[in-house]
Design a protein around this ligand. Structure first.
Ligand SMILES: [Zn+2]
Length: 528
């Protein structure tokens, strides 16, 4: 009896000692308390605490913050799943592993390899994360343009049977290595030279692995309806889901036609095709200068294009076609086109083609503007911002339930370029301008478009929701303050109101400061 009492006393003493060393029993690595949780489903917010353990959401409910090694008081703030940006161009992310522009927008997972351009060795690309850790999670598509270039160069012709086999093998290997699907860029060299059948054939391979077909379509202006029909046809014939990238109408003549383009997508869904779209919420796009030039001129790459332009008759033909294309688009000249980055002369950055032409030759008629564009193409090309959309169309697309929010941006650093502000503002702009100011969407629906919809569409099964067992990718922000600060004139400004970002439980943004943590993971597609 005495022995039993003694044992109990020792036990009690031991526990007391333990408690004095650790004031509370630690259950969680991190506890987020008092937040309004917008969980990604689209359901109204609820108040709860979140306990995080080993990179996962271990518990949602009432949790004593003392039960976490660390805690964050999210009183007055919204806690949402980290945003998933399915349309990015971050092939260079390993040289900017903090991905600060994305983190500052609340983005925790990226899908790259879009618009027909990706690493062709997906295994190697995703595997690099082991020696070069990233702040965010990374997934990739395998891109048709890159695969085609590797198989047959930048040629404007149908592939030989042997080249087709090479492309098929590269796409299949990409899917085996964890690509989430196939991307195309059908305005770019060399993707633009592919017939529908070539893409459908490759999409069939992707379908076998459960991947998606993501497309920068052949046309986003006058022929946008045909381009949507081609995308749908590929999805229906190959038997795989379709994602139309940066869904828009980019020629003035077609402004206001979104009820028709959205109708085509709705009809395809009604027939049973899984088709979704993504969008950045600005009335300007951004891509290369050479996208204004005829595709036949660019065959074989810029050096070949330059050689062709040296021929007087060819040059005249190019000018004629560019004038026709401009007229078809409904723009009177190239004042809608502004330089984002021109390496040859950085003083051009931020200026329109009309302004640059006026400066160079004293007048700014369309012929001189085209000559200016050709000169810049011959001097290495430029990155451009095109103010070519209409706000009503942007809003109509944004309201559709199948539209997700994606930036179309790369990893950014602050430099002399004047890039599109979407890379520093997109998600925050949705939450500030379209939710709080314009009431176009509810906060819950906007979050759904950035989280569970992209996760569902691209197959990230344990992300995109605040749910027990899911990866602890979270963003904490003040819904009364959140908003974009990047403008077309001053694009290198981070958003307001986003204070904490967690990736796999690691704090990459803590109290508005980048922490230097690199908890990102490669997200490989699983086909089971
Ligand atoms: Zn694109």
């Amino acid at each position: 009896m005495l022995a039993v009492v003694a044992t109990v006393m020792v036990f009690v003493l031991g526990l007391n000692q333990l408690q004095s060393a650790h004031p509370a029993v630690v259950n969680f690595d991190l506890v987020v308390t008092n937040g309004r949780i917008v969980d990604g489903t689209g359901n109204p917010w609820f108040r709860a605490d979140i306990g995080i353990k080993d990179g996962r959401i271990a518990r949602i409910g009432k949790i004593d913050p003392a039960h976490g090694s660390r805690s964050i008081d999210a009183k007055g703030q919204v806690v949402a799943p980290g945003f998933i940006d399915v349309h990015t161009h971050v092939e260079s992310i390993y040289s900017l592993p903090a991905a600060e522009n994305f983190v500052r927008m609340g983005v925790t997972s990226l899908v790259t390899g879009n618009c027909g351009s990706s690493a062709t060795d997906v295994g190697q690309f995703l595997g690099r994360i082991k020696e070069k850790p990233l702040a965010v999670n990374l997934a990739t598509l395998i891109a048709h343009g890159s695969v085609r270039r590797e198989a047959m160069g930048s040629n404007d012709r149908v592939p030989t049977p042997e080249e087709t086999k090479k492309m098929e093998a590269l796409v299949e290997q990409g899917m085996k290595d964890g690509a989430v699907g196939l991307s195309t860029g059908l305005i770019y060299v060399p993707g633009t030279y592919a017939k529908t059948e070539e893409i459908t054939n490759l999409a069939r391979i992707v379908a076998r692995y459960g991947g998606i077909y993501a497309t920068h379509m052949r046309n986003e202006g006058e022929f946008v309806a045909d381009a949507i029909r081609e995308s749908i046809q590929i999805g229906e014939q190959a038997g795989l889901p379709v994602e139309i990238s940066h869904f828009k109408i980019s020629s003035k003549k077609m402004w206001g036609q979104t009820p028709m383009t959205i109708g085509l997508v709705r009809d395809a869904r009604a027939r049973g095709l899984m088709i979704t779209v993504d969008q950045y919420v600005y009335t300007a796009s951004s891509t290369s200068l050479d996208s204004r030039l005829p595709t036949w001129l660019r065959a074989g790459g810029p050096e070949e294009g330059k050689k062709r332009l040296a021929d007087k008759a060819t040059r005249e033909q190019v000018i004629k076609e560019m004038k026709e294309a401009l007229k078809r688009s409904g723009f009177k000249d190239y004042s809608y086109a502004r330089v984002a980055n021109y390496q040859t002369d950085k003083s051009f950055n931020g200026k329109s083609i009309a302004e640059i032409t006026k400066q160079a030759v004293g007048k700014s008629d369309v012929s001189n503007q085209i000559e200016q564009i050709l000169t810049m193409y011959e001097s290495g090309g430029a990155g451009m911002v095109y103010h070519s959309m209409n706000e009503d169309d942007v809003q109509r697309i944004l309201r559709e339930p199948f539209t997700m929010i994606a930036s179309d941006s790369g990893v950014r650093e602050v430099d002399e370029s004047v890039p599109h502000p979407r890379g520093n503002g997109n998600n925050a702009r949705v939450l500030g301008r379209y939710v709080r100011e314009l009431h176009l969407l509810s906060l819950e629906d906007a979050i759904r478009k950035m989280t569970s919809l992209p996760a569902q569409t691209f197959g990230f099964r344990d992300r995109g929701l605040v749910r027990e067992g899911f990866a602890a990718d979270l963003v904490i922000f003040d819904e009364k303050v959140v908003g974009d600060r990047a403008t077309f004139e001053m694009p290198h400004q981070y958003p307001a109101g986003i204070s904490y970002v967690l990736v796999n439980g690691g704090l990459v943004l803590a109290n508005n400061e980048m922490s230097g943590e690199r908890p990102g993971q490669a997200l490989r597609h699983s086909n089971n």
